[in-house]
Design a protein around this ligand. Sequence first.
Ligand code: PLP
Length: 378
Amino acid sequence: MAYFDHAATTPMRQSAIDAWVEHAGALNPGGQYKSGRAANCALTDARESIAAALGAQPTEVIFVSSGTEADNVAIRGLYRTAVKSSGLTRVVSSPIEHAAVLETVKSLGAEEGAEVKWLPVGSDGVVADAAVLDEPAAVATCMLANNETGVVQPVAELAERASRVGTAFHVDAVQAVGKIPVDFHALGVTTLAASAHKFGGPRGTGILLAKRSPAPLPLIIGGGQERGIRSGTVDVASAVATAVALAEAVEEMEGEREVVDKLRTKLIRGIIENVPETTVTVDGNVLPGHVHFLFPGASGDAMIMLLDSKGIEASTGSACSAGVSRMSHVLDAMGVGTREGMGALRLTLGRTTTEEEVDFLIRELPAIVERARVAGAL
Ligand code: PLP
């Protein structure tokens, strides 16, 4: 098997598996007795380690169930906080967000009376104009790195502009954390979302970083755990495994980057040389190991199926709903045409990617694209 979908999820790091197994028997971290204190101690260590890795205070670390939950809690919660305190109902977002943000923002518009304004995006996949941030809003949000193109956004600048008019700013850093340096306070944002399974941690654990003020009003209420922002008994084993994975990802970031950068360069060269009419969608400020191709006229879905039949796992990068493939909303926002956009292929490398996998892909892809172009013409 050759795995080229590290942006979707990553294999768990052995250190994280070991930490998870070691703490799988942890009891209630809220318990006022010995086993509770032991669980709470492990949780406190995990919180401190995550805070140190992300430039935050330990009290700003909130454990949640996923990146999706972190985005929902932050955006909906900050919106409610603002509506309650100032009556503001304006929400600013970008059209290239992951569904976890996009659908949340749209639902605030459709169900809670928010007036949604969009940051325009240029053909390079970067937010092109931030003027909509100059008017106060309940909350503004923009991702740190895009999950389809891998493009890194100027979040610190955007957050600074929003803060000038007192707007709370949420950043979806799910794709960036563990791959590029991320510093919560240096970014100047109010809240930040990360997800453990993107950096070799367990699936089903998210991190929400949340400043003291303004804090998001909770969506899940109950026992008041996690500063009352996310009630529910915390899964200590997953929290510890997340902290271990993140510490290792940060420590090994430079070395891993060097390896994946070399493989990425080889991959791009091999594909451009061997597949006619190939475009690298953006090759500017993108995440390490992330490459997005356009093969005009090819069917993206056919490419994924044909690759899978050869044991190569990859993605078009955009979600399809109910089996109907559509042009990606990200490429659409960048002004990519349908013939190009329907032939998109996202290949994401990671710390476990080998040169053999890259060579295998370079050998197999030309014939696959040719067949996918026949399918695309039907
Ligand atoms: N945000 C971005 C940018 C993502 O790429 C993803 C997952 O692909 C998410 C949010 C959702 O994260 P999770 O899978 O932990 O819910």
